[in-house]
Structure formats: structure tokens, C-alpha cells
Design a protein around this ligand. Sequence first.
Ligand SMILES: *Cc1c(COP(=O)(O)O)cnc(C)c1O
Length: 359
Amino acid sequence: MSACKIERWLRPEILALCGYHVTPAAGLVKLDAMENPYSWPEELRAEWTRSLSAVTVNRYPDPEAADLKAALRNFLQIPSSLSVMLGNGSDELLQIVMMGLCRPGSKIVVPEPTFSMYRILAETLGMHYVGVPLQAHNFELNVQAMQEAVQAHEPALLVLCYPNNPTGNLFDADAVAALVEAAPGLVLIDEAYFHFARRSMLPALAGNDNVLVLRTLSKLGLAGLRVGLLAGPHPWLQEFEKIRLPYNINVLSQAATVFMLEHAEVLEAQAAQILADRERLLDELQGRHGRVQVWPSATNFLLLRIKGAGQSLSKGLIQQGVLVKNMHGTHALLEDCMRVTVGTQEENAAFVTALDACL
Ligand SMILES: *Cc1c(COP(=O)(O)O)cnc(C)c1O
């Protein structure tokens, strides 16, 4: 009965959708979601808890999150010529931008493989999603194919993930600039891994009237607080602000993030540790087995290909107690691939041991 009603009334694009899948991680070494594996020093946690006890939860949050906005502008060095908008994670900001652009028939062009939420959000909102393959050998942009897609489809939105998830590379900056030039609509540059890449298109592209840059604190170490930031020209952000839900950043997230940004050196030291450990893990995997191919990365994860692995290897790893992200079957260029987040040294060693056991 209710299935009939669902099919009659629910939008067909939602019925057809595959949602974002999160595998339960209880009891496993969790290397699937690019989280920072470290907690904070004991005294800092105590000070943090004390500071949060002053937060009132009977009142609505500051709808502008003005203190947090100022702290983030400063921390992320956003030029004063640009406006900023905060989101409940950068996912929400992607959704807001697409909500603003999703007229009937409007299109989004995205190089692939990339972050799966772009497609999920676009399809949820009824935008027509066009994926253009990256170059197979190095996952670099195929500028000609991208330019042709832009000309053929006239997309309202072009999304470039810089560096790209799940391939880990920074696209060639000149290629990005050429696509910004060619795009008739908005270009959103998703810099979720900025704190590991330590490179940004923001300085080069801040002067363009059609470029938005997206950042998040999730990968740096505050994934649980859900704070993302969109920087771009005021005329655009002013419009997107109209569709942001009024209190999208809750009081605890506002207060906790402001507190942590006053102690950002802790997070930055953790990121530096993760970068050093990424290089070790890369070396170890590169030298290890003929079957293992691993790509260099500008992020806190590595993409691996293990010939003949299919999906079964990530399942085998779970049996060994380690959770990574299977990529096989998600895109033709990711055959036999998995993505592993760089964890603590112990977690990385557990991954390598589990991998050996499976091979
Ligand atoms: C993780 C990730 C996001 C989402 O991050 P949140 O701020 O936690 O919503 C966005 N884009 C890319 C490329 C990511 O990898």
C-alpha cells in the first residue's frame, strides 16, 4: 500500500537515487572518511569543556555566526574583497549553490572520478549532471574534453575539486584557469583538502566574477562540528544567503570552532604529522608489492590499485579489522581501486599488515 503511494507521490529522481553510503565502523580501524585521527591534549579539552559551559542553548544561535565568520576569515586568509557564507559542513553549501541554480534543464559539468556528493545533490535537485573523464594515466583534467562539454552543455555550474577526491592530485593550475575562462556560468572550486595541499586557487581567481571557493574544517580535524565556508563575490553570495536556513550553524559548533581556532596550532601540528606519515605510507606501499600501484597525493589519503582486487579486497580488509573506502565499481577509471585515509602510525601499520594478510 504505502509503496504505491510512495511511487505515486515521491519525485522520480529521488526514487532513482543511490544515497551517500556510510559503512558502520564500530570496532574497526577507521580509514574510510579522511578524518583526523587525533584527539586534543587533556588540558585543552578541559579548557574547551569549561568554555562550552557558558553557552546558552535556550536561545537561537547568532544567525550570522559573526564571531565564527571573523575567526574563519582570519584563519583561512580570505581576501577582504570577497564575501563569505557558512554552512553546516561544506556539503550544505554545495546544496545551497545547486538549489540556487537548479532551474528545469540546468546542467552541471564535473570532471570524474570525483566526490560523489556532487552527483547526488545535483540529481536530488533535478539538475542534469554531466561527468567528463579525467585523463586515465595521471587523473589530470582533459582540458579539451572539458571545454567541449562546457560549449555543448552551457552548464550553470562547473565543479572542480582541488585537490581531487578520490585521486588525490592537484589539477594543473593553468588548466583550471582556462576552464574558468571558458565557463559561461559559475565555477565552484572545492578545496576540502586545502590544509594538506597548502595550495589554493583563491589568490589567482579571486578577481573573477564567476568563481566560488569552498573550504571545510572537517578534514583538518573538526568533522563532528560540521563547519564549511564558501568564499566568493558579494553579488552571488547575497543571493545564496536568501536560501540558507537561518540558524544553520548551531551554538555549540559556533562556540567550539571559535575556541579551536584560537588553538589552531594544535590542528596544524596534527596535519603536519599526517603529511609526514602519508609520505612514509606512500614509500612503504610503493616499494612493497608488484600488484600494488599507489599514486602520490596532495591530501590526507592515498589511492591504491591492486590488480584483480575488485570489491573483495576491501571486504577482506574489514575481516582483518580495517575499514577503507572501496572505489571499484564507482567509475571506470577506478577499477580495482581503494582509498585509504592516513591515520596514526599504528593505524597505518595495521592497514599495511591487513593488506599483506589479504594479498
Ligand atoms: C569531505 C568532503 C566534503 C564535505 O565536507 P564537509 O564539510 O564535512 O561537509 C566536500 N568536498 C570534498 C571534496 C570532500 O572530500
